[in-house]
Design a protein around this ligand. Structure first.
Ligand SMILES: [Zn+2]
Ligand SMILES: [Zn+2]
Length: 105
């Protein structure tokens, strides 16, 4: 189950992951770039810490939902409020989103 969903307004993505989820880990020095070993700005001197704002949804919201949809030709004109979504990290260029596939009950 994804911890990410479309907001009530339908204009952005919200994160409901736990503070120790990967999308809420980053170094405290607020670097431009980091990886699992730590910040790249300072050669990994600062390790990842938990409880930050979600960088995945931040990235999508920064580009806008339309520009971040995984299949541009099929963009849903009106994103469904509260729908669970999957965020796809297309490193290093982009984070894309799509609706979470819910298995048939
Ligand atoms: Zn650093
Ligand atoms: Zn998140």
């Amino acid at each position: 189950m994804s911890g990410h969903k479309i907001s009530v307004s339908g204009l952005s993505i919200e994160c409901h992951e736990a503070p120790d989820a990967d999308c809420r880990k980053r170094p405290n020095c607020e670097p431009e770039e980091w990886d699992t070993a730590g910040c790249r700005d300072h050669s990994g001197e600062h390790k990842l810490t938990t409880g930050h704002d979600c960088w995945l949804s931040e990235w999508v919201n920064g580009s806008g939902l339309e520009d971040s949809y995984y299949d541009f030709d099929k963009y849903p004109i009106t994103p469904t409020p509260n729908a669970p979504v999957e965020l796809i990290n297309e490193h290093p260029d982009a984070v894309l989103w799509k609706y979470e596939e819910i298995p048939n009950a």
